[in-house]
Design a protein around this ligand. Sequence first.
Ligand SMILES: [Zn+2]
Length: 373
Amino acid sequence: MIFFIPFLLAAEVDLDEKIKENDISTYIKEGTRFIPLDDLARLLEARLNFGISEGRAFLFYQNHTISLIAGCRDILVNGKLRKIEPPPQFIEGMFVVPLAPMKEVLGSLEVSPDEEEKSIPSIEEALGPSRQSPSIETAIASSTKSTSQKVVMLDPGHGGRDPGAIGEYGLREKDVNLDIVLRLNNLLMKRKELTVLMTRKDDRHLGATSRVDLGKRVKLANQKKADIFLSIHTNSARYNRWTADGFETYCPRSKATNYGNVDDVDVTNEADLGVIIGDLNEGYVLEESRRLASLIQEELSKRLITPNRGVKERNYYVLKYTEMPSVLAEIGFICNPNIEANLRDPHVRQVIAETLYKAIIRYFQEAETNWNL
Ligand SMILES: [Zn+2]
């Protein structure tokens, strides 16, 4: 039984005293004393959230966010990298942190007891059973024999003057989208059967208006004759902003067909933007779009423990006007502060990039027997 002892944490607060008073079990391993993170959170009256992928935790203490990952010495304190030694880890199935280094981190935080605390909505206890996927390194190392070169067009949503959705703590969608796509690009580039292209590689918009911007993304994919088009976004909800949760992938309901030649299109002329599609086997392209979307949802659900919102159909501009199978993945709700904290974490972004990588490889692999995963 653990009792809540209200107190204000000053830098010098004696956690050891509180641990003793509350009869909390700590663990000594190789000379270091560890405390279960949920006990530490209770003592601090901090909110604890286990992340959207395994072995990850977020401590929301007053107005600070501390992000930790089991086995990793790097921790993020309000988005800034710090190191703790030894790293957080699991002992007897519990997520524990080394006591002395954590005290040092906590002691260095600015504590403003007068400030009204931001209440962060509780989400369900989220640490599901460990769902291990084969390591991505193994996947990359496996031999590749395919002779048919495929072109993948990656599209990080928004950019430049268009930030996309913005989280409560200022994280911008355009930056998350780009970082995940750059990570995904790094993984895909190691496959010699793939040519990987991006609609943008840095923080820029592609057109003066969003319609021109989207038109250029589409035109690029069509001109390069991409085999698939994958647009990455993070979601934002109009209502229930702080509790909206989950990931979803969109595929087109229909494709624009027989509008003429892409080379005739002037994308600076908004009226011309729809006139970009040549002959197209619409049924096939729609089917393949759905297949890719399903694989993305399936792979994300293996690594993320946020809700799987499924595959949805919507004629987003970039889905309708691209000639090839196309999907738009919304990888999480940036408007939800818990998810925003997750999305700030490079490890989470890497996990998402790895799942997208696996989905793309499976997409080609399942159509061509000589592809290996
Ligand atoms: Zn977006």
